[in-house]
Design a protein around this ligand. Structure first.
Ligand SMILES: *Cc1c(COP(=O)(O)O)cnc(C)c1O
Length: 332
C-alpha cells in the first residue's frame, strides 16, 4: 500500500514543491517575459526563445529561490536574521528579499567579487563581510556567524527551497511554449538546472536539458565526470557568476543535475565575449557572461538540431561597465 512512499527517498523534491514555491513567492516576484529571438531563430532554423530572468529588480533569477527560502522561515528565525555567501547575485537576492520583509541580512563574499556587485549589495542595505579568496572560504565565515549569532545561512543552491524557487521558471516556460524541445541552462552549483529540470521533466521527460559552463573551473562538469563532488581552483572568467564549488558534501544538486541534465557544453572565453557583444549589437540587450554562455551555445551551433522550440535561460545582467567597454572595443 505504501509502496510509492518507501521507494521515494524522504528528502526528494517533486513538482508539488515547485507549485508550492510559485504560490509562496507570488507576492514579491514578478513573472518574467519570454520573447522570441528572430535573429537566433534564423541562425539555427527553429524557434529560439529567451526567458528574460535578467529583468528582475536585482538583475538575476536568484530572487526566486531566495524568496522561497526566506518566506518559509519561522518567525523566530526571521527575527534572529540571516546570512549568506555568494559570488554576488545570490547575495543580492538575499539582501533584496530580506529588505522587503524587514529581516537583517549579512552577506559574506570573497575578494574576487567585482566592484559593481559589492556596491549593489551595500545599496540594498546588507551588512558585508569580505573574507578569503574563494566562495568556499567566504562560506566558512558564514557558518561561523551561524554558530556565533544564530543566523540562518541561506544556501546559494544546495537547498530544496532554493531549488524549488528556481524551478518556477520551468513552470512559466511550459505555460508559454507548447512545442518546447530544448532548454539551455547556465550551470554552476546546479540549483537553476535542478529546479527547471524537475519542472520540465515531470511534465515531459522528452524535453532535452543542456547545461552550459565556461571552459575553466567548471566544477559541476568535472565532478560529474569523476562521479563525485570535487574542488577546483577558481580562474578568472567573464562568467564570474558560474564560479564557486558545489560543496564536497553536496546533498541535492549533484544528484539532480546527474538525473535531469541530458548534455553539457563548455564555452570558451572568446565565445562568451562575442556572444555578449552580439546581444548588445543585435538585440540591444546587456547580459552578463554567465547568461551569455547559453547564447554562445546556440550561436556556435553546439546544440544538436531537432525540430521544435529551444529556450535559453538569460540568467542575469550584472556586469561591470568596464567589461562592456572592453567588449565593444574588441567586437567586429
Ligand atoms: C547563480 C547564477 C547561475 C548558476 O546558477 P546555479 O544554480 O548556481 O547553477 C547562472 N547565471 C547567473 C547570472 C547566476 O547568478
Amino acid at each position: 500500500m505504501n509502496h510509492l512512499k518507501s521507494v521515494r527517498k524522504e528528502n526528494e523534491l517533486t513538482i508539488l514543491n515547485i507549485w508550492e514555491a510559485k504560490r509562496r513567492i507570488a507576492s514579491i516576484i514578478n513573472r518574467t517575459p519570454l520573447i522570441q529571438s528572430y535573429i537566433l531563430s534564423e541562425k539555427v532554423g527553429r524557434p529560439v526563445y529567451l526567458k528574460l530572468e535578467n529583468v528582475h529588480e536585482i538583475g538575476a533569477f536568484k530572487v526566486r529561490g531566495a524568496a522561497n527560502k526566506i518566506l518559509s522561515l519561522n518567525e523566530e528565525e526571521k527575527k534572529r536574521g540571516i546570512a549568506t555567501f555568494s559570488t554576488g547575485n545570490h547575495g543580492m537576492a538575499v539582501a533584496y528579499v530580506a529588505k522587503k520583509l524587514g529581516i537583517e541580512a549579512v552577506v559574506c563574499i570573497s575578494q574576487r567579487v567585482p566592484n559593481a556587485k559589492v556596491d549593489s549589495l551595500k545599496r540594498l542595505g546588507a551588512k558585508i563581510e569580505i573574507y578569503g579568496d574563494s566562495q568556499d572560504e567566504a562560506g566558512e565565515r558564514c557558518y561561523e556567524l551561524e554558530k556565533e549569532k544564530g543566523l540562518t545561512v541561506i544556501e546559494p543552491f544546495d537547498d530544496p527551497h532554493i531549488i524549488a524557487g528556481q524551478g518556477t521558471i520551468g513552470l512559466e516556460i511550459l505555460e508559454e511554449v507548447p512545442d518546447l524541445k530544448d532548454v539551455i541552462i547556465p550551470l554552476s552549483g546546479g540549483g537553476l538546472l535542478s529546479g527547471i529540470g524537475l519542472a520540465l521533466k515531470s511534465n515531459d521527460p522528452s524535453i532535452r536539458i543542456t547545461g552550459v559552463s565556461m571552459e575553466h573551473s567548471a566544477v559541476m562538469y568535472e565532478s560529474l565526470k569523476v562521479g563525485k563532488p570535487i574542488k577546483l581552483v577558481e580562474k578568472n572568467t567573464l562568467a564570474d557568476s558560474l564560479l564557486g564549488g558545489i560543496g564536497l558534501d553536496n546533498k541535492y544538486t549533484f544528484q539532480m543535475v546527474q538525473k535531469y541534465m541530458d548534455d553539457v557544453l563548455l564555452i570558451k572565453e572568446e565565445e562568451i565575449s562575442y556572444s555578449m557583444a552580439f546581444m548588445m549589437d543585435k538585440h540591444r540587450m546587456i547580459m552578463e557572461g554567465a547568461a551569455a554562455t547559453g547564447v554562445a551555445a546556440v550561436l556556435g551551433n553546439k546544440v544538436a538540431h531537432q525540430e521544435g522550440a529551444l529556450a535559453i535561460i538569460i540568467s542575469g545582467q550584472n556586469v561591470d561597465l568596464s567589461v562592456l567597454r572592453q567588449l565593444i572595443q574588441n567586437y567586429s
